[in-house]
Design a protein around this ligand. Structure first.
Ligand SMILES: [Zn+2]
Length: 252
């Protein structure tokens, strides 16, 4: 099964994954029209309100958040614990999974890759994979957690959401050396004397190696894709930028 060419569609100022929504999940990515969702330079209470509004509009009580640190830790989420939990109580992890309906998982991103994984039944998960998380195998770690929870990797489907594409993502030699050291050198390209890290192909390869067959790549670049999205690399001169939220949940 390959539906990589099916475009993510815009609905209610969000972009949606046809693959995962076709399996009965709520799965997508916010746009700037819904406001900044996490981190960055916008007021925290404003962003908490934006997340609450988003969750309600999607039919969920709230959005589960973690403190993202560009690592490969995966946490289990047993339920929505309330949107007003102070930031310092959020678990430190770049991937999360749940086996509960009614829980809306999320990944904050403004260039980093959101990877959403689910099947028609069983556990679901989301990972935040920038260059560092990708090279540390956060996507592999997420699928391992889902398989340990009983998921059949051949039945899992994954969506690689909007994020900075190989069109725009150049990295310096020091970073490239670390990527090579961590075994992801196949996804480094050279273009016009610069080194490009293809985060889409790197995460797709991790998913395939983990046994997944149905993988959808949105191929929407946050920097040059022409959508209403913030990009960390493409931020304003004053450094201001917001953060979108990728979301995945099984409706009750
Ligand atoms: Zn681009």
């Amino acid at each position: 099964m390959s539906i990589a060419d099916v475009a993510w569609e815009e609905r209610g100022a969000t972009l949606r994954s046809p693959l995962l929504e076709g399996l009965g999940l709520v799965a997508g990515f916010t746009t700037r029209a819904l406001g900044s969702m996490a981190g960055s330079v916008f007021p925290l209470d404003e962003q908490a309100r934006n997340r609450e509004t988003l969750a309600r509009s999607l039919g969920f009580a709230g959005v589960v958040r973690t403190k993202q640190v560009h690592g490969n830790a995966v946490v289990y989420v047993g339920g929505f614990e309330g949107g007003s939990a102070p930031l310092d109580l959020w678990p430190v992890a770049d991937a999360m999974w749940t086996d509960r309906a009614g829980v809306l998982l999320s990944v904050a991103a403004a260039d980093c890759v959101p990877v959403l994984v689910a099947a028609r039944e069983g556990p679901i998960g989301a990972a935040h994979a920038g260059w560092e998380g990708t090279s540390k195998g956060v996507t592999t770690a997420l699928v391992s957690a889902l398989v340990a929870a009983g998921a059949d990797p051949h039945a899992l489907a994954a969506a690689i959401g909007p994020s900075i594409g190989p069109c725009c993502y150049t990295i310096d030699e020091a970073r490239a050396a670390m990527v090579r050291e961590r075994g992801e050198g196949d996804h480094l390209l050279e273009r016009d004397g610069a080194i490009v890290f293809d985060l889409w192909s790197a995460n797709e390869a991790e998913l395939r190696a983990a046994g997944l067959r149905a993988i959808e790549v949105a191929r929407i670049c946050t920097r040059c894709g022409g959508r209403d999205l913030w990009s960390f690399r493409g931020r304003d001169r004053d450094g201001r930028y917001g953060t979108q939220l990728a979301f995945l949940g099984r409706p009750r």
